[in-house]
Design a protein around this ligand. Structure first.
Ligand code: NIG
Ligand code: FE
Length: 435
C-alpha cells in the first residue's frame, strides 16, 4: 500500500462530497457524504489516500506526520468557478448610485460600470495588476477557496486582454492556488467601437479574428465566455464568438440571462457549454434546454444581493429539472466584490433554498465540473487532489450559518499548506486602490 505522508486527524466532521466524479444533479446533489470522527490521509504526490477513522489511519500509516484539526470541520477546498479577479480600482461609488435608483445597465450607459474598469485597467502595468490580484487572492484563499476560475474582460483590446491573461498565468505560477483562466474579450463592446468609423461588428471581428487566435496560440485560456444579455451581446453575436472559440480549442462558458431573459441559456445548451452562469432571468424553456444538454448552471447569488435585485435564480426549479447547480462568487469590482465562498453558501441556503448538502456539492464537485475538473478535484476521496479547508466549527452546517464571519483557519492545495499564505510577507500589505 502507498504510504501516507500526512494524516489530518482529530476533526469533528469531514465533508467528503465523495461520489461520482462528474456533475451531480437531482437527488445526487444533496449528498455531501459527511463523515463523523474520521480523518484524511494524504500521500507524497499530494493526493487523498483514504478517509477513515483516526485509529485506522494511524495503524495503517505509522510513519506519517500528524496534523491536529482540533475538532474543526474539514471540507474539500472550495472551487470558485466564476470570478473576474483581475481589475484595478474598486467601484464603491456605484453601490450608492444603485441605491439612489440608477440601475446597473444605466450606469454602464453613462460610461461607468465595466467601461470604468476598462479605462482604469488599461493604465496599469502587469506588475501592478499582479500585486493587486495577489492581495485579493490571498483574502479569497483565506476563506477556504483553493481553485478559482479567473476571467479577463477589463482590457477589451488585443494588448490589454493578453496582458490580463498573462497576469493570470503569472499568478498561477506564483501562488499556492489552482487558477483556471477564461478569455472574456466579449465582456462589453468597448466605447471606442461604438462611434464611426468603428462599430461593434468590427470589435466582434477583432475578438474572433485576432484575440481568440492569439489567446489560443499562446495557450493563455482554457475557456471563453461572453456577456450575452440584452443591451450587451446578442445571442447571435455570442454564438459567433463562442463558435470561433470552440474551433480554436477553447471550452465554452456563458454569462446567460443575468438581468433580462435573452434565451441565453438555450444558446448555452445548443453550444453544449460547460456552464451557463447567472440565470436569474432564465425561462422554463431555458431550464429544459439546460437539463437536456448537461450544462452546469452556475448560480451567483452574491451578485443579485449586491445589485439589490429582487429575484434570485430559480435554483429549486433547476435542481428539480435535473440540472446540476454550482455556486460561485462572481468576484468582481462592480456587482459582487465578496471574497467569501462561505457567504455564498449562506446565500445558497437562505436565498436559493438549497439544502446545506446541496450547497456544499455546488461549491465543490459541481464547481469543479463547471471547469471540466470533476475527475480530479472537488471531493475528498482516494485519488483526488488533497485540496482541503479546515473550519473552526464543530458541525458543517455552521459554515453557512455564521454568515459574514470567516471560520476558515487553514487550507491545503495538493497536500501543501496554502492559506494563510504570505502571512509573513510584506506583500500582504494593502496595495491601495480600494483593496
Ligand atoms: O458577472 N455581468 C457581467 N460581468 C460581471 C460584472 C462586471 C462588472 O460590473 O464589472 C458579472 O456580474
Ligand atoms: Fe460574471
Amino acid at each position: 500500500m502507498t504510504p501516507a505522508t500526512q494524516l489530518l486527524i482529530n476533526a469533528s466532521q469531514v465533508v467528503t462530497c465523495a461520489g461520482p466524479a462528474r456533475a451531480r444533479s437531482g437527488a445526487e446533489q444533496s449528498d455531501a457524504a459527511v463523515r463523523v470522527g474520521e480523518g484524511v490521509a494524504i500521500d507524497a504526490a499530494g493526493r487523498v489516500l483514504a478517509v477513515d477513522t483516526d485509529a485506522a489511519l494511524r495503524a495503517a500509516h505509522p510513519t506519517a506526520s500528524l496534523i491536529d484539526c482540533e475538532q474543526g470541520v474539514l471540507t474539500p477546498g472550495f472551487v470558485d468557478s466564476h470570478t473576474h479577479a483581475i481589475f484595478g480600482r474598486a467601484r464603491y461609488e456605484e453601490q450608492e448610485m444603485r441605491a439612489a435608483g440608477i440601475g446597473y445597465l444605466e450606469i454602464a450607459k453613462r460610461g461607468g460600470g465595466i467601461h470604468s474598469s476598462v479605462r482604469d485597467l488599461r493604465t496599469r502595468s502587469a506588475d501592478e495588476l499582479v500585486a493587486l490580484a495577489t492581495a485579493r487572492l490571498h483574502r479569497i484563499a483565506a476563506h477556504g477557496t483553493t481553485t478559482l476560475e479567473v476571467k479577463s474582460g477589463y482590457g477589451l483590446s488585443l494588448e490589454s486582454e493578453l496582458t490580463t491573461l498573462r497576469v493570470i498565468r503569472r499568478l498561477a505560477a506564483e501562488l499556492p492556488l489552482r487558477l483556471v483562466p477564461t478569455f472574456l474579450g466579449a465582456h462589453e463592446v468597448p466605447l471606442d467601437y461604438r462611434e464611426a468609423p468603428r462599430d461593434r461588428a468590427q470589435y466582434i471581428a477583432l475578438v474572433t479574428g485576432e484575440m481568440i487566435p492569439a489567446v489560443a496560440a499562446e495557450g493563455l485560456a482554457r475557456f471563453a465566455d461572453v456577456f450575452c444579455e440584452p443591451g450587451v451581446y446578442t445571442a447571435d453575436e455570442s454564438r459567433r464568438i463562442l463558435t470561433a472559440a470552440r474551433d480554436a480549442g477553447l471550452g465554452i462558458k456563458l454569462h446567460a440571462d443575468e438581468l433580462e431573459n435573452g434565451a441565453a441559456a438555450e444558446l448555452a445548451a445548443e453550444l453544449r457549454a460547460t456552464s451557463a452562469d447567472h440565470l436569474a432571468a432564465i425561462s422554463e424553456q431555458g431550464i429544459a434546454a439546460l437539463a437536456a444538454s448537461g450544462t452546469v448552471a452556475t448560480l451567483l447569488p452574491g451578485t443579485m444581493l449586491f445589485l439589490g435585485r429582487p429575484k434570485q435564480a430559480p435554483a429549486r426549479a433547476l435542481i428539480g429539472a435535473g440540472v446540476p447547480v454550482a455556486l460561485a462568487s462572481d468576484f468582481n469590482p462592480g456587482t459582487s466584490p465578496t471574497v467569501s465562498l462561505p457567504l455564498i453558501l449562506t446565500l445558497g441556503v437562505s436565498q436559493l433554498k438549497l439544502s446545506v448538502g446541496e450547497a456544499f456539492v455546488a461549491a465543490t464537485v459541481n464547481g469543479a465540473a463547471a471547469l471540466g475538473l470533476a475527475g480530479e478535484l472537488g471531493q475528498l476521496a482516494p485519488g483526488f487532489h488533497a485540496d482541503l479547508a479546515l473550519f473552526d466549527v464543530r458541525d458543517h452546517r455552521e459554515i453557512p450559518y455564521w454568515y459574514g464571519d470567516n471560520r476558515c483557519v487553514r487550507t491545503w492545495v495538493g497536500g501543501r499548506p496554502a492559506a494563510p499564505i504570505f502571512a509573513a510577507s510584506k506583500r500582504l500589505s494593502h496595495p491601495g486602490f480600494g483593496g
